[in-house]
Design a protein around this ligand. Structure first.
Ligand SMILES: *Cc1c(COP(=O)(O)O)cnc(C)c1O
Length: 399
């Protein structure tokens, strides 16, 4: 079949809930993807922050293939060596004490919210607690996760959502303080806001949230679904702040392509919140995804991926600054590690589409931010190639 035939077949049957770009991908190798016509694309999106080690890594592939042949699924009624290893790996690199595996990021958020609510209800002897979340945040598309997502256009058609959610302004501690009281069970925040436009938390803001939570015995939930797993330059972004969450959510690059997420808690939370019967999932943490998680963590540590990100970040920043300096339509850049945004004065959608035509995969965040989430194994040569391609793209928009 040719490209258009695949697109026609897909559009004939898939619920049109995504406006997909007219590209049909066939395979990937390193930091490149290839479409069914054999055209090569440099990847600065990682499948939205998932493919941190790039495509077709031989060691990762072998580990997953081995597990496919051994055992795919058992349910959470039983133990497997893989879930034991994955649990140990996630706790070790996050510094959290206990972990629950989910099938997606949104489900990790759902579990985190339930954990916080149960913690507060055991503490107070009654339910009815509230959550403080942030404007412009993104936590996923399920009803609970949507309820704490502070972006109106994602939410409005689905009202009424889960009640008891109040929104403060990101990096504005006073706006959180104004909403804080004994009835708040959790403050939920992305350590680096992703979809909202790539905004890292300011240290004083996170420290202030930690202090507020301690004062009220509320739980600090850090959503590192996008910024976690090495992307920030440390395994988890909060590790570069003087702050530890009570609950951490992680997904995207956690399994490097198999669908898996997790929420992890401190011992204090584990001892005083969910108990058997409160929560569950059929697939979550099955042997296939857990083999992938254990191998992903192992490879990231072995290859010192966070260190590579740290070393490469100044070069990426310098390269992006070139665009800020050169083009009137690029006004600023910001981010942390390999999670970066370029602020545009022109609509970002056509820029992303044009980049794809030029063989460069990038993302948007909101209406005016070009978002870059390269595979964490990206080297200088790839950054230079991105510069060359993005220059062509932006030239075509410069009047
Ligand atoms: C992607 C994302 C989610 C949702 O994850 P899904 O796997 O798409 O459900 C939640 N929070 C953040 C910060 C994300 O980037």
């Amino acid at each position: 079949m040719n490209k258009q035939a695949y697109i026609d077949q897909a559009e004939a049957h898939l619920f049109h809930v995504y406006n997909r770009f007219p590209v049909v991908f066939d395979h990937g190798e390193g930091v490149y993807l290839y479409d069914t016509d054999g055209k090569q694309y440099l990847d600065f999106a990682s499948g939205i922050g998932v493919m941190a080690l790039g495509y077709s890594d031989p060691e990762y592939t072998a580990a997953v293939q081995e597990q496919v042949g051994r055992l795919l699924h058992t349910s959470n009624l039983y133990y497997t060596p893989q879930v034991a290893a994955a649990g140990e790996a996630v706790c070790r690199v996050s510094g959290m004490d206990k972990v629950f595996f989910t099938n997606s990021g949104a489900e990790a958020i759902e579990g985190a919210i339930k954990t916080a609510k149960k913690y507060a209800s055991r503490r107070d002897g009654h339910a009815g607690h509230e959550v403080i979340a942030m404007q412009q945040s993104f936590h996923g598309r399920t009803v609970g996760a949507l309820s704490v997502t502070g972006t109106d256009h994602y939410r409005e058609p689905f009202y009424p959502l889960m009640g008891g959610v109040k929104f403060a302004n990101f990096n504005d501690l006073d706006s959180v303080k104004a909403l804080m009281n004994e009835n708040v069970c959790a403050i939920l925040v992305e350590t680096v806001q992703g979809e909202g436009g790539i905004y890292p938390a300011e240290p004083a803001f996170l420290e202030g949230l930690r202090a507020l939570c301690d004062q009220y015995d509320a739980l600090l939930i850090l959503d590192e679904i996008q910024c976690g797993m090495g992307r920030s330059g440390s395994m988890y972004a909060f590790q570069q702040y003087n702050v530890k969450p009570d609950i951490l959510t992680t997904a995207k690059a956690l399994g490097l392509g198999v669908p898996v997420g997790a929420f992890a808690v401190t011992q204090k939370v584990a001892d005083a919140s969910l108990v058997p019967g409160d929560h569950g999932t059929t697939y979550g943490g099955n042997p296939l995804v857990c083999a992938a998680v254990a191998k992903s963590v192992e490879l990231m540590e072995q290859r010192q991926i966070p260190k590579h990100v740290q070393e490469m970040t100044p070069y990426l920043v310098e390269t992006l600054q070139y665009f800020v300096d050169k083009y009137d339509c690029v006004t600023a850049q910001r981010g942390m590690g390999f999670m970066r945004g370029l602020v545009l004065t022109i609509p970002v959608g056509p820029v992303v589409a044009k980049a794809l035509e030029e063989g460069l995969i990038v993302l948007s965040a909101g209406k005016d931010v070009l978002r870059l989430l390269p595979p964490l194994v990206m080297e200088k040569e790839g950054i230079d190639e991105m510069k060359e391609k993005l220059t062509k793209v932006l030239d075509s928009f410069q009047a």
